[in-house]
Ligand binder design. Structure first.
Ligand SMILES: *Cc1c(COP(=O)(O)O)cnc(C)c1O
Length: 334
């Protein structure tokens, strides 16, 4: 790639900047997945943040860089849920007003959490792209600073701090398996991991259906797709037809991009509950689903699956576990 929006130094700076607000998350080995893969497989538990998702990293890095007068006017964003919770959480801790724009498709567990965190919630339209338009209107009309969910150098650097923690805990890491939507998560981790070990492998995972980044990579340009219902609701939303950073970075850092079905995501959620007593949302369980359904091959060297979040409606969770109990995967009900 000719021109990177950030370099590894920005990720180190982000790490120092966000440290007072964002803790390091655990890395745990999965015995069962290691056995299946024929080599050590670890889980990076981004479910352990206060808001139960990694988005707190990028949001903290971006908001901490705002000028004092911008902080006073306030921030806004558009989100499928977790990024909205992240912005609301950081804004509250720094005493900054926040307006979070979401579409009507965002699950109740997430919109209620945003309200509880004290932000103003703006429900608008039927898709993430419509929520985005509402957000930029607030920027124009009220002078609020937009905290973009992925296509921004400070957001990418913030998410990249996960990669630095991985290097610290598992320097021999060979494969990173990363849920993929707008690509901020994969771009940041990809840069951190491959700067350290250029021949390591980065694999993106999306749900079948509106896997916008996946199909955009195949077409060689950003596409627009209709949203459809999925358990991996945090992976919904376009990448923007005027994508500036993440499309090129994901193209550069991802060695492979794979898709998993809704049933495979169900198995991923059930697996994490049964074998790790860990609650994961659909987007996070895609990485486990990709391993269970053998979407790529292992070389016996250490691999990490990013377990990116745990914000799932209880009704969705009940339905999911019911489905899992009827499925063929052994031990899926424990
Ligand atoms: C946002 C999100 C992702 C995808 O991150 P991108 O930077 O948009 O690719 C994955 N998992 C969860 C839980 C998320 O909230």
């Amino acid at each position: 790639m000719d021109r990177q929006p950030i370099d590894i130094r920005h990720i180190w700076e982000a790490r120092r900047r966000i440290r007072p607000l964002v803790g390091k998350t655990p890395l745990v080995e999965s015995e069962e997945l290691s056995r299946l893969a024929g080599g050590p497989v670890f889980l990076k538990m981004e479910t352990h943040h206060e808001i139960h998702a990694f988005k707190i990293r990028g949001a903290a890095n971006k908001i901490l860089r705002l000028a004092p007068e911008d902080r006073k006017r306030g921030v806004t964003t558009f989100s499928t849920g977790n990024h909205g919770m992240a912005v609301a959480s950081i804004a509250r801790r720094l005493d900054i007003p926040a307006v979070i724009c979401v579409s009507r498709n965002v699950p109740a567990a997430k919109t209620e959490a945003i309200r509880r965190l004290g932000a103003k919630l703006h429900v608008h339209g039927e898709s993430q792209d419509e929520a985005e338009s509402a957000c930029y209107r607030l920027q124009r009309e009220e002078g609020l600073s937009v905290i973009p969910p992925f296509d921004d150098p400070d957001i990418i650097a913030g998410q990249g701090t996960i990669g630095l923690e991985l290097m610290e805990d598992l320097p021999e890491l060979q494969t990173a398996v990363i849920p993929l939507s707008g690509g901020g998560l994969l771009a940041g981790i990809g840069m951190a991991v491959k700067t350290n070990q250029p021949d390591s492998r980065v694999i993106g995972v999306t749900m079948e259906g509106p896997a916008v980044m996946h199909y955009s990579l195949k077409e060689g340009k950003p596409l627009v797709m209709r949203e459809t219902a999925t358990l991996a609701d945090s992976l919904l939303g376009g990448i923007g037809t005027r994508n500036r950073y993440t499309f090129d970075m994901v193209r550069h850092y991802a060695d492979d991009s794979v898709l998993v079905s809704e049933n495979q995501i169900v198995e991923g959620i059930a697996f994490l509950l049964n074998h790790h007593r860990t609650l994961a949302e659909g987007a996070a369980a895609t990485t486990v689903a990709a391993v269970l359904s053998r979407k790529f091959s292992f070389d016996g060297k250490p691999a990490v699956l990013i377990i990116s979040g745990a914000n799932i409606d209880s009704s969705t969770l009940f339905e999911t576990l019911e489905k899992a109990s009827r499925s063929s995967y052994p031990n899926s009900t424990g």
